[in-house]
Design a protein. Structure first.
Length: 230
């Protein structure tokens, strides 16, 4: 899934479900974060960190703990940038060397419509108009869910660069379809997120938009944003 929409320098590891023994490999500082969590939460937490450590090995970095910091964001080893995501039946981690990308964000969601009323809380009027046009072209894609996921990926790429919250109304996302993708439960394309607040400064240059890609398949919708160095 995500390997198809992320550039080559990024190491991606995915899991379809939980590793029942992953909790045994948690570092003490990680285990403390889920000591009081329900069993399901502990399993997904441990599995996605197991994915992250396998991605570290792909990059030639010794496996290390992934604790959380400000806002619950993962704290990556020095010299790495990364993002993790989990949803029902799917876990993934994507890591890259800091020299190759300034930031990245990934998100995955079960491919189903958003609950009633949620779209209006996460979207702008112009976005909803564009979603209607996309739905006419590819009615098999749940565009409301895809928009939500894209904004989640945008936020995950934004936060490490700014340390600030980004509201759903502060990014205007426009998606497009890869016309080469077949019909059915397999589709992909790109999206662009215009930042409606001052963007982060990367390499002395202020960014006012992020670029990303999306993919739908196997009952999962996934999105990814990469922020290159200027």
């Amino acid at each position: 899934m995500l390997e198809q929409v992320l550039p080559e320098p990024v190491a991606v590891v995915e899991a379809l479900g939980d590793d029942e023994t992953a909790h045994l490999a948690l570092y003490p500082q990680e285990a403390a974060l889920v000591a009081k969590a329900v069993d399901r939460r502990r399993r997904e937490f441990a599995t996605v960190r197991a994915c992250a450590r396998r991605a570290m090995v792909k990059l030639g970095v010794p496996p290390q703990a992934v604790p959380t910091g400000q806002g619950g964001a993962p704290c990556w080893p020095e010299g790495l940038r990364g993002s993790m995501t989990h949803c029902a039946g799917y876990r993934a981690a994507a890591l890259v060397r800091a020299a190759d990308l300034a930031s990245l964000g990934i998100d995955a969601e079960p491919h189903a419509p958003l609950p009633h009323g949620v779209l209006r809380t996460v979207s702008l009027p112009a976005e909803r108009q564009r979603l209607a046009a996309l739905a006419a072209r590819r009615p098999d894609v749940h565009w409301d869910l895809l928009l939500f996921s894209a904004k989640e990926s945008v936020y995950k790429a934004w936060f490490p660069l700014t340390g600030r919250w980004l509201g759903f109304e502060e990014a205007d996302v426009e998606a497009d379809i890869d016309v080469r993708a077949p019909a059915g439960d397999a589709a992909q394309g790109r999206f662009r997120a215009e930042l409606l607040v001052p963007g982060p400064v990367v390499g002395g240059r202020r960014l006012q938009h992020f670029e990303g890609r999306w993919i739908v398949g196997g009952g999962v919708a996934a999105t990814a944003v990469t922020v290159p160095h200027p």
